[in-house]
Ligand binder design. Sequence first.
Ligand code: SF4
Length: 339
Amino acid sequence: MKKVLAKWWETTENNKILCTLCPRYCKIGEGQPGFCYIRQNINGKLYTIGYGRPTGFAIDPIEKKPLNHFLPGSTILSFGTAGCNLGCKFCQNWSISKAKLDDENSLDVSPEGVVALAKSYGTPSIAYTYNDPTIFGEYVIDISKIAREAGIKSVMVTAGYIDKEARKEIYKYIDAANVDLKGFTERFYHKLTFSHLDDVLDTLVWLKNETDVWFEITTLLIPDENDSSEEVKQECDWILKNLGDSIPLHFTAFHPDFKMRDKERTPDRTLTNARKIAMDLGIKYCYVGNIHNTEGQTTYCPNCNEKLIKRDWHSVLSNKIVNRCCKSCGEKIAGVFKN
Ligand code: SF4
């Protein structure tokens, strides 16, 4: 199995390795992998065995990430690896995130090979997605550096559960991100994701204050777990206070999966109610996802309410943004647009 020496680790007193890539800070014994499966202690050194080992590639609409204000209507080359550093019981990609890396289910593709693939398909961007790209950060750095030189943008689709030092390196050549804010209580994070809310909030504030990365936020609403109007309101209040009113927010529908098959699918009204709460509080761009709802998926001008980008699910039906502004009133629209 191919292995590349990892960044972000140190040796501890009892001869274990402390991985410092994410706030789980696994202490890893000889021969063992960390929680995420793809970082392994081999002869007293930490290796990233997921480097260069995508589970497969797809060409997705960028709206599927979801990103609605970053090159809308464009395609994006998407891939992930095996493993994940979170343990979400509701994971909608669990066949990848819970897989152990093996030669049968993983390809062997160099960073140059990934960029060449994006070029051959003519996608303006590459997405590190499906599982959490934090855990293959070394591979992300090498691909995104070459991609930037080639004029191709890089997008992280992540839970934002990452160490403060490691993120500075991993996001150096990243252009955009969608960060899952999976709920707004520590109870939810602890019980259903095996991670912690504060670390994710810290990443969001860091992205806003200390990087040029364009980012949007997604919250998957799960019935009776994180979908109360009060919790949605608290999340929106926090976003407005700490990130401002122009970060697009996506509320998406849960479907029963992995270890949460006993729950109902999220009703459409829960999503539209959450969107109404967000917009009434002052969030300028809020969307619903994983359902058909053209109103909840349209980008409206926050000044004159013109329908600027009409969408249905992941399809862009029309786009009236010109020079990054509303065609009707000239209001500047937050995001990264081709025209
Ligand atoms: S990146 Fe993986 S090995 Fe490192 S601390 Fe996080 S879960 Fe553990």
